[in-house]
Write a protein that binds this ligand. Sequence first.
Ligand code: SF4
Length: 463
Amino acid sequence: MSNENKKNVENMLERMKTVEKESKSESMCLAKWLQSTVYLMNGHTHSCHHPAVHKIPLEEIKDNPSALHNTQYKMQQREAMLKGQRPPECQYCWNIEDLGKQHISDRTYKSTDEAWAFPNLQKVLEMRDSNKIAPTYLEVAFENLCNMKCMYCTPDISSKWMEEISTHGPYMGTSRKVGDLAWLKKTGKYPMGRSEENPYIDAFWKWWPELYQNLKTFRITGGEPLLSKNTWRVLEEIKNNPRADFSLAINTNMQAPDELIERLIDYYNDIAPKIKNFDIYTSCEAHGKHAEYIRTGMNYDSFLENINKYLRMTGSHSRVHLMITFNILSLSTFDKFLEDVLKIRREFSPDIGYNRVPMMINYLMWPQFQNVRVAPVKVRKASIERIMNFVNANSQKNGNGLIYLEEVDQIERLSEYAMQELDPKDLKLQVNDFRGFFNEFDRRRKGSFLELFPELRSLYSFF
Ligand code: SF4
């Protein structure tokens, strides 16, 4: 680790000590107060994005639109944290923290973030019980309209998934019946229609003038946000009232029609010079046909071309962040995908310094049967070794490598996690779900799992 990076990590750990000392809690996480994702199409939220979502009761937002974030449920989780308890919904972080002190969990990365979290520590402690605390980092999904149906997505998030399930029904071969619309209705997750009145979207626009004053980062997700008129309304609002301390981010699959990508480029060129940051986030975790298998509706070449086009036409400070949700099907080609990322970096960020194509590497938790640990140990071992060889050969550690140290760290922690064994009973259940799901997936989507992933044959085939 370079001295500068060592210092950054030390500073981060110092700030985390302050968070824990001031709050008198070793499980304190500022993201529970300051970071929120709100799904307006069905009225759900979570803080942060790792725990499962929960319903926003309509009566709570009636007179207080900030209850889109400050639900009674979330306030109970905060209370538990302040008592030093570990809310079970944050298991993602406890898993990493239990690996040992050499690994840093998202609780630390997030709580110590200088842009939206750490400077608000005192404010959070003062307002600890308030149901009106304004998030400084808010992510919003307006609707589920989407042109893709990725394998780990769901009908409440993707209208393409909804179309498939409405035609073919849920995946009956899995223990939880993937895509079960009856379950979505029962849990209140069934998305509202686009023509229906939506009280959550109404509450959002009611909240917006106050919300915008406090926001440091606003991120729009979907569905595919470029297909939603609300996204363009937000862009217009910001264009008319830009703030120098405000950061905007949009999650897009970079597969919207050309005219929408071009419209995005125009808005970027208009707004970006007047606000702090304007960032694009996109997702991929495999290469070529393998990526297209994971993400039905994707054209891998046009995905790369759109990233190139966006970076080319938006000046030298624009960024496209790659969110990697490493899953069982990433094992085969993740290193080849990294090669493509490095090609883009060589063109647009040839020197370590300002990285225009940063990566954030997470592992997939849901659905569990797509988790990397379901793969046979031999396959995991060989793939992780190959991936780590590529990462080490291209790491910043080696002088001019273009994989940053924090990315190397994230891939190392992922590798360690991937090599942990599941409980045999759980593994059996996951393998059954894996078979039930992908056999049906291929039947419906005319896929060819075995051609693409022969090394996972033992999981796919029924004996
Ligand atoms: S503890 Fe981890 S999972 Fe929980 S809110 Fe914080 S960062 Fe998210």
